[in-house]
Design a protein around this ligand. Structure first.
Ligand code: GLU
Length: 365
């Protein structure tokens, strides 16, 4: 279960389990897991449901069957409670990003969301995304957060998507009514048979069910993103993840997609220059899946533009270790060699990015 950048989707049943507002019952352990991920250099984007569930007790309503207008009013007031509930478990700052699926279909808004999240991750901020429920045009069933999380994972070019709910994963039958239901640990291909296993089980305060989780997995794996459905009510699930054991159902990423991007970087893009790295940077790139920072650069060779492919060379052995896309041109880069990323803006008068070659745009050779 290796991952460097993951979207973690948390369902309403975990945020507001008693349906009377938010609780730390499960979110505390989830927050601790996210903090540990960050301490290990992993990047996390949280997609949190729970607005409706958290706001339910704050809006007068009659029957348990809620109208769409009531749900929107609950979602909007519950959003505040839900964000406050998350922030109390983190020392790092949290940001609130409210979007609708249509925002991701619009190229400009897509880029805006991508850039916002990228800068926040570089600054140690935890982005927390939810659907902007007040603005959903049809009803709250248009956008469930499982599918939204898969789209967010694509926007951020995450390598993994964790869908946390109150069920262990996908079973051969609905385990709530079938004692002989068996958990399926690994799914290589999502077929009609897999969808049939999902049944129609739902939680009336959340929008999704097992079906939307499989739809989300299908969207994500097509983009090379490993997807896991795990039980976020069990804290031992997080120990299993650290122990590299799959605690739920894993949907394997389409390897052809990953291969195609790496292949394009490796074989199709022609290198226009070279960057030599110190031993620390070589180790960070090769063993930790890190991006290249200016601090680890020893020298820059040849004229290349920002956006060109460059070869990354081990300064000591002169060995070619990786190839990637440089976000800075060679003149700018020569001025920030060995410097801390925080100094880039002072030296150059601008800062496109804290990293020189992002790990998403790099292939280790
Ligand atoms: N956006 C909804 C909320 O905050 C949740 C949608 C879902 O459960 O998938 O309550």
């Amino acid at each position: 279960m290796n991952f460097n950048r993951a979207v973690i989707k948390v369902g309403s049943a975990l945020v507001a389990p008693t349906k009377t507002g938010c609780s730390g019952q499960y979110t505390l352990a989830i927050a601790q897991f996210i903090t540990q991920c960050q301490q290990q250099g992993k990047e996390i984007i949280l997609v949190s449901s729970g607005g409706v569930a958290a706001g339910r007790s704050l809006i007068h309503h009659g029957s348990p069957k809620l109208s769409v207008a009531l749900k929107k009013a609950m979602a909007s007031v519950g959003q505040m409670q839900m964000m406050a509930n998350w922030q109390r478990f983190f020392d790092m700052p949290c940001s609130q990003i409210l979007i609708n699926q249509s925002d991701l279909e619009d190229r400009k808004r897509f880029i805006s969301i991508k850039e916002t999240i990228q800068i926040q991750l570089e600054n140690g901020v935890l982005p927390i995304v939810n659907e902007n429920d007040t603005l959903t045009s049809e009803d709250l069933t248009v956008g469930d957060n499982d599918n939204l999380a898969a789209l967010v994972a694509q926007v951020c070019e995450a390598d993994s998507l964790f869908i946390l709910s109150d069920i262990d994963g996908l079973f051969t039958k609905d385990p709530k009514v079938n004692a002989d239901a068996v958990l399926i640990p690994d799914i290589e291909h999502i077929t009609d048979e897999i969808y049939a296993m999902a049944g129609t089980s739902r939680n009336h305060l959340a929008t999704g069910g097992m079906k939307t989780k499989i739809q989300a997995a299908e969207k994500a794996v097509e983009h090379g993103i490993n997807t896991y459905i795990v039980n976020g009510t069990k804290s031992e699930v997080f120990s299993s993840i650290w122990a590299q054991k799959n605690p739920g159902t894993r949907f394997a990423a389409d390897k052809d997609i990953i291969k195609a991007k790496k292949h394009w970087l490796k074989h199709t893009l022609k290198s226009q220059g070279k960057i030599s790295l110190d031993a620390g940077a070589v180790n960070a790139l090769v063993n930790k899946g890190a991006s290249l920072l200016p601090a680890g650069i020893k020298s820059v060779h040849k004229n290349f533009k920002a956006g060109d492919a460059v070869e990354l060379i081990d300064h000591q052995s002169n060995r070619l270790i990786a190839k990637g896309i440089s976000l800075y041109n060679h003149t700018d880069l020569a001025r920030i060699i060995g410097k801390h990323s925080d100094d880039i803006a002072n030296i150059l008068g601008h800062n496109q990015s804290n990293v020189i070659v992002h790990r998403d745009d790099m292939v280790i050779l």
